[in-house]
Ligand binder design. Structure first.
Ligand code: MN
Length: 182
């Protein structure tokens, strides 16, 4: 896990985004966050803590709680853990320029265990296999989800899928506004 690509894309004299520093999460619960990002195109960014960084995917059409819909999630560079608290405007002319809101945030863990270390072990294996299943405990997203890599396409293309459980529904959650969104 490296934040080199994150750093290379940004000028920290010009953006208020967090510095490219790894940090430790002392809460022993894995962080997840979804940003709503009004960049040149509105998209959502799914971020899951692993090994001191936030693994990140841009989800152009936003997350869904409908198991019949599968949402393209394009893997992007790792972000620092502090990005989980970031909300604000990335100034014009900078990478990702536009307003960023925290749309949902909470903890997540592996399907079989809520142990911090064991979950990360499972996720490392899942990354190699291109298949992760996990439980999100957010305000909007709850229950079981999966990320599945599309092997035949670009290795950065994954699908973000809601699994069928008590939290699944056909409600359109993409219309929910972020807490601080006007
Ligand atoms: Mn983004």
């Amino acid at each position: 896990m490296s934040l080199e690509e994150y750093a290379a894309k940004r000028n920290f004299d010009k953006t208020n985004e967090p510095a490219a520093e790894k940090s430790k999460n002392n809460k022993k619960q894995l962080l997840f966050v979804i940003h709503k990002h009004y960049a040149s195109r509105l998209h959502f960014d799914l971020r899951l803590e692993l090994d001191g960084v936030l693994k990140s995917w841009a989800v152009p059409k936003g997350p869904t709680v409908n198991p019949k819909e599968k949402k393209l999630a394009v893997m992007v560079e790792d972000h620092p853990l502090e990005y989980g608290d970031f909300e604000g405007v990335i100034p014009d002319g900078n990478y990702g320029a536009g307003q960023v809101y925290i749309w949902d945030r909470g903890t997540y863990h592996a399907y079989d265990t809520d142990d911090y270390d064991k979950s990360q072990e499972i996720f490392r294996e899942g990354f190699n296999k291109g298949h992760l299943t996990f439980i999100l405990e957010g305000n909007i997203l709850k229950g079981e989800f999966a990320l599945v890599r599309l092997k035949k396409a670009s290795p950065k293309d994954w699908l973000f899928i809601k699994k069928n459980d008590e939290f699944a529904s056909d409600a359109d959650i993409s219309i929910i506004k972020a807490q601080n969104e006007l």
